[in-house]
Design a binder for this molecule. Structure first.
Ligand SMILES: *[C@@H]1O[C@H](CO)[C@@H](O)[C@H](O)[C@H]1NC(C)=O
Length: 375
């Protein structure tokens, strides 16, 4: 194809007809996914989209597999909430990103008592062997350890850290690897997107230490929660992922939502949100080891943001009435353009997306021009 034809094809693309996972796979990613939380399972309108494999190739239980759900009292395991979502993936054939084994939050009280090293090590071992054992063979990936650091790069003084120091991380990864050898083992955190803050540096140092101690870490998950207009640039995201890529075999965006800080929003706010989403997806497309993107729920109806940050919200790609936003159309356009131009894996690829008046998306394929892709 000549460049002029390619260019025309991009501008006349009709991404509204296309779905995110289908486009993402065509563009060379492994999946485009969403979190699903238990309260949404009874909502048929919600589930029709959540179960659509062409839209979402992967689902993540938002809460169902957290410690407070899976081992609410010591040694008593309950998989009802986690299974309800894992079963959706079984039925549809979607991948399951499992989340999360060891986290300082949403912990039952007994885990936070004062234990010595051996006691804590046994508690972690029992928890991981049971939970990862229960889901063995079902998880594409496990977020083994979640959010071990404060934003200043210091270790969180969690119950696990107090008892074991950094060894709790090493131990968790070792037990997870023994329990389900074929799942990808991830470290997952937020505010590790904008290169090169103290938390990113601490994460890199931790991963090196844990690997040197003989544990396997396959992936680093960047959660990707951010605010419209204050989101990291594509360049920053790519720089960070390049640093992570030196240590692990894959990276991913695991919990993306980009919230408005003032509501109601204007058209300009919504276009800015689209640009911010496009930067995230573009950074993944241009990072060879980035396997996929998970959004932290797809509709504002089930977003955690208003509950956590009162007055902020509308962070998702669909609004609460299940209308697709400009951000959705823009992400779809970018994925479609990348698929058509074969940009993925070409180091020089730099598709630029302009979101204009009324959400009209223009994609400039700099890489196609520079490298003659498709000629
Ligand atoms: C993180 O590491 C990078 C690269 O070594 C360095 O340039 C940067 O100053 C560090 N950031 C902090 C906050 O220490």
């Amino acid at each position: 194809m000549h460049f002029s034809q390619l260019f025309v094809a991009l501008l006349t693309a009709a991404p509204a007809d296309c779905q995110l996972d289908k486009l993402a796979k065509a563009a060379g990613l492994k999946y485009f996914g969403t979190a699903v939380d238990n309260p949404a399972l009874n909502n048929q309108q919600y589930m029709r989209i959540a179960r659509d494999k062409d839209e979402f190739g992967s689902i993540t239980p938002a809460n169902g597999q957290k410690w407070s759900n899976t081992e609410p009292s010591q040694g008593r395991f309950n998989y009802g909430s986690g299974d309800a979502i894992a079963n959706v993936a079984k039925q549809t054939g979607q991948l399951l990103r499992c989340h999360t084994l060891v986290w300082y939050n949403q912990l039952p009280g007994y885990v936070s008592s004062n234990y010595n090293r051996d006691q804590m090590q046994r508690i972690i071992t029992t928890h991981i062997q049971n939970v990862a054992g229960h889901y063995k063979g079902q998880c594409y990936a496990w977020d083994v350890v979640n959010e071990a650091f404060e934003d200043d790069g210091k270790f969180r003084q969690s119950a696990m850290y107090r008892a074991m120091g950094i060894d709790y991380i090493t131990h968790s990864f070792k037990i997870a690897a023994q329990t389900d050898p074929s799942t990808k083992l991830y470290y997952n955190d937020f505010n590790i997107e904008r290169c090169c803050n103290a938390k990113i540096n601490a994460t890199l140092a931790m991963v090196k230490t844990v690997q040197a101690a003989g544990a396997r870490i396959d992936g680093i998950g960047m959660q990707g929660h951010s605010r419209v207009g204050k989101s990291p640039s594509k360049r920053e995201l790519m720089d960070t992922m390049a640093r992570f890529s030196e240590l692990v075999q894959e990276v991913a965006f695991t919990e993306v939502d980009i919230r408005h800080t003032k509501l109601p929003t204007t058209a300009a706010d919504r276009e800015q949100q689209a640009k911010d989403y496009v930067d995230v997806v573009g950074a993944c497309l241009e990072t060879p080891k980035c396997v996929g993107i998970t959004i932290w729920d797809y509709t504002d109806q089930y977003s955690w943001i208003p509950g956590q940050y009162p007055g902020e919200g509308e962070a998702c790609l669909w609004d609460r009435s299940y209308n697709k936003k400009v951000a959705y159309t823009s992400v779809a356009s970018l994925l479609q353009s990348a698929a058509e131009a074969g940009l993925r894996g070409k180091a020089v690829a730099t598709p630029a997306v302009d979101v204009g008046e009324g959400g009209k998306v223009t994609v400039r394929t700099v890489a196609a021009e520079a490298t003659g892709v498709g000629r």
